[in-house]
Design a protein around this ligand. Structure first.
Ligand SMILES: *[C@@H]1O[C@H](CO)[C@@H](O)[C@H](O)[C@H]1NC(C)=O
Ligand SMILES: *[C@@H]1O[C@H](CO)[C@@H](O)[C@H](O)[C@H]1NC(C)=O
Length: 513
């Protein structure tokens, strides 16, 4: 209990404690750290095979550093009064970047680039087993297929050599590698590396819940990939950072693999590589205008003279509403990032990337409360020189997190070309409709079963569907459509139906005969 008390007092209290730790607290902190190190030593001794041990040791070294910092955290990581709006020129409109003509030799710029996709996540929230990137999202193509097609297209069009790098986690590595074989005949070089594997921590004792380095049986929930902020260390540790530098690569373009809008933008790349070395921008964060749907997204602020990412987890409770306001914090982070490779190497060597720790509480299947310590890739922005935000069009942020998102990207609202989705020019308004599908649609498998074909949505503004509802072939939805089947009822929208500004409820069944 003493440890828990220590932890709580370190983490949550403000005021007097902030002035520094008392001797007593410092002693407790050290005791706690020692216990953790002892437990980690025991875990390491269970690692099997020489290679496993090297990997685990490196991972656990990173974890020890993170845990050390976690114990030292004194209250919220930002002082609200010191937050400023970023200066005008630190977030540039995309139009300004785009207005500069591309030079003749686009290929030579592209040859300095590698594309990195964050591929550590599982498809669990969409009811799928295995890596999220292997879910089919459009015309039988998975997220990964679309990515490969995009990069192959770049290579073919510009005669350039852009490698694709996947940051896998221990959850996704094996399945991803199996699938990668199918791309051996594509003109894309694909590299992979693993992010680290850290132990989940018992919330009460602040000790690992793992009993061995294994991932099965009672340890199946004991480990986690520590968020995408881990990219810097694991990219370096894998040797891939050096390898790409040796190939003459200067920048990586990093994005979430489920963001279908995150394509290589030649104007942003050109902006980066064409600057003089002294003022070279080492980090670009693509941001976009916040709408009511993204009030929880991280935003850019100026803090102690540096551009900094502010996440909702760092915001003191009293200011959460202010943080969510669309007028005060107008933009949010799309997590499309352009990062200088030599700068990553420099900062990693100097151990100068101090990413704010995100404490993520979880309850395991057995009911045990744990925390996992994570970091976010964008939080490093404050460590890089001449960092810049670019306010990009919403079209560069097209994440597929739910089956409602999936319905949009599968529909005729989008055109698929060389792996990229663009909004159909047949849609009169550039905004996407607001779609809300109920829980009967959450799992991709159920979703697919409920649509005989994806409805025509070109003129749709708003769709809400709830309950046991199915759609026949070639349905068209226009304006605002609300379909609600109450418990025990079922609604089958007949093939060829056109619903315009309609509310459908009750029971409507079409039986086979
Ligand atoms: C990556 O993780 C997987 C799953 O734990 C493991 O099988 C594989 O050997 C790891 N790869 C490397 C290069 O460490
Ligand atoms: C990309 O295209 C160039 C030019 O056609 C070719 O030399 C290169 O090998 C290709 N890259 C890969 C990885 O296939």
């Amino acid at each position: 209990m003493a440890f828990l008390w220590l932890h709580i007092s370190l983490y949550y209290s403000r005021g007097a404690l902030n002035a520094g730790m008392t001797e007593f607290q410092e002693k407790l902190r050290q005791q706690h750290e020692n216990s953790m190190h002892q437990e980690l030593g025991k875990l390491l001794s269970t690692a099997e095979g020489a290679e496993a041990e090297v990997g685990s040791q490196r991972d656990l070294k990173g974890f020890k550093q993170l845990f050390h910092r976690f114990l030292q955290v004194k209250g919220p990581s930002v002082d609200w009064a010191k937050i400023n709006r970023p200066p005008e020129d630190s977030i540039q409109p995309y139009e300004r970047i785009r207005s500069r003509a591309l030079p003749e030799g686009v290929a030579s710029s592209l040859n300095k680039l590698a594309v990195v996709k964050l591929n550590g996540g599982l498809g669990t929230s969409m009811g799928c087993k295995g890596p999220k990137s292997l879910i089919s999202v459009r015309s039988e193509n998975t997220f990964l297929d679309l990515t490969v097609q995009q990069i192959e297209h770049l290579n073919k069009t510009y005669n350039a050599d852009v490698p694709l790098v996947l940051m896998n986690s221990f959850n996704t590595d094996e399945d991803t590698k199996k699938i990668l074989q199918k791309y051996t005949h594509h003109r894309v070089k694909i590299y992979t590396f693993n992010q680290s594997r850290y132990p989940r921590i018992n919330k009460e004792s602040l000790l690992p819940v793992a009993t061995s380095m294994g991932l099965t049986g009672e340890n199946s929930e004991a480990w986690y990939p520590p968020g995408h902020g881990d990219i810097y260390a694991s990219f370096h540790n894998s040797g891939l950072l050096e390898q790409l530098l040796a190939q003459g690569k200067e920048y990586i373009f990093v994005s979430n693999i489920d963001n279908l809008g995150a394509t290589v933008d030649l104007h942003i790349l050109n902006h980066l590589v064409s600057q003089p070395a002294e003022t070279r921008c080492e980090f670009v964060m693509e941001v976009t205008d916040k709408t009511r749907a993204d009030v929880k997204g991280g935003t850019l602020i100026e803090y102690e003279g540096k551009l900094r990412l502010l996440e909702i987890a760092q915001v003191p409770k009293a200011h959460v509403d202010e943080f969510k306001s669309v007028t005060k914090f107008k933009i949010f982070n799309t997590n499309n990032l352009w990062i200088s490779l030599p700068a990553i190497k420099r900062l990693h060597k100097q151990n100068a990337m101090d990413l704010e720790i995100i404490v993520n509480p979880k309850t395991l299947n057995g009911g045990l409360n744990v925390i996992q310590l994570e970091t976010a890739v964008g939080a490093a922005i404050k460590s890089f020189d001449n960092a810049l935000g670019i306010n990009v069009p919403r079209s560069r942020f097209l994440p597929v997190k739910t089956s409602s998102d999936l319905l949009l990207v599968m529909s005729n609202l989008y055109r698929l070309e060389a792996g990229s989705l663009t909004m159909s020019e047949k849609r009169e308004f550039p905004t996407t409709p607001h779609v809300k599908l109920g829980s009967s649609f959450t799992k991709v498998q159920d979703f697919l079963r409920r649509f005989e074909s994806i409805p025509d949505m070109l003129e749709l503004d708003h769709l809400t569907v709830s309950g046991d509802v199915t759609f026949g072939k070639q349905v068209a939805l226009k304006g605002t459509v609300i379909i609600i089947a109450n418990h025990g009822d079922r609604i089958d929208i007949p093939a060829g139906a056109m619903l315009e500004n309609k509310i459908v409820s009750g029971n409507l069944r079409i039986l086979d005969h």
